[in-house]
Design a protein around this ligand. Structure first.
Ligand code: ADP
Length: 216
């Protein structure tokens, strides 16, 4: 099974499809946003440094995120993984190529393309659980069975501190600004696969599955 690098604006479904790859094929899900949120909840030095930056919707520094990612990749050698939330700048993309080459890791990039209004609606409806499960109160099939409670572990669901309109707009605009050079870069490496997500989730995931199976 081919390793996957998801590139997408906020709330396009990177997390949801990563989770499906985990459940159906045993992929390891590496979300750089989750790695950072875990540093924040553990109140580490990194966590203290990135909290305000993340809440405002800005990117954390390349140095911090690259180090966190490298440390995590070392732990999963040999298992298929999906990378969600990295790269977000051309510099990160180039660095990732170096890391993958060094570790002899193959991969395909999947770009999830979504319209801004749809992404904003999804962001504002998103509620998450500590266990990693994500829900959306605006979508029938993604609502929790009991309002405000996780179906999987029964914990209370919360909104992420950065899932508000102001932070969303900054995140989306940062994405638009940085994304074109990243897509061009992967097009040049012949690694780019584009999947339109303004459709039923089932069809989107079928396209993702096609990429991981065809390229292996
Ligand atoms: P979303 O895709 O909904 O914005 P993520 O969980 O992927 O959510 O990211 C949340 C935040 O974590 C980002 O807004 C940013 O502050 C930080 N972050 C995550 N990945 C990176 C990265 N590769 N580079 C810099 N900052 C990152």
């Amino acid at each position: 099974m081919e390793n996957v690098v998801f590139i997408a604006p906020p709330a396009a479904g990177k997390g949801t499809h990563s989770n499906s790859l985990k459940e159906k094929y045993g992929y390891i899900h590496i979300s750089t946003g989750d790695l950072l949120r875990s540093e924040i909840s553990k109140e580490t030095e990194i966590g203290k440094e990135v909290k305000a930056v993340m809440d405002a919707g800005n990117l954390v520094s390349d140095d911090i995120i690259i180090k966190l990612l490298e440390d995590n990749l070392k732990n999963i050698i040999g298992k298929p993984f999906v990378l969600d939330g990295f790269p977000r700048t051309l510099n990160q993309a180039q660095k990732l190529t170096e890391i993958f080459n060094k570790m002899n890791i193959g991969y395909e990039v999947i770009f999830l393309s979504i319209a801004q209004e749809e992404a904003m609606k999804r962001t504002l409806g998103r509620v998450v659980c500590n266990c990693g499960k994500t829900y959306n109160i605006y979508e029938e099939t993604l609502k929790p069975k009991v309002e405000g409670i996780c179906d999987v572990c029964g914990s209370k669901l919360v909104k992420r501190d950065d899932d508000n309109e102001e932070s969303f707009k900054i995140r989306f605009n940062t994405f638009l600004k940085n994304n074109e050079p990243i897509l061009d870069y992967y097009k040049g490496l012949n690694k780019l696969n584009i999947v339109n997500v303004n459709r039923d989730r089932k069809f989107v995931f079928e396209d993702v599955e096609e990429v991981i199976n065809d390229n292996y």
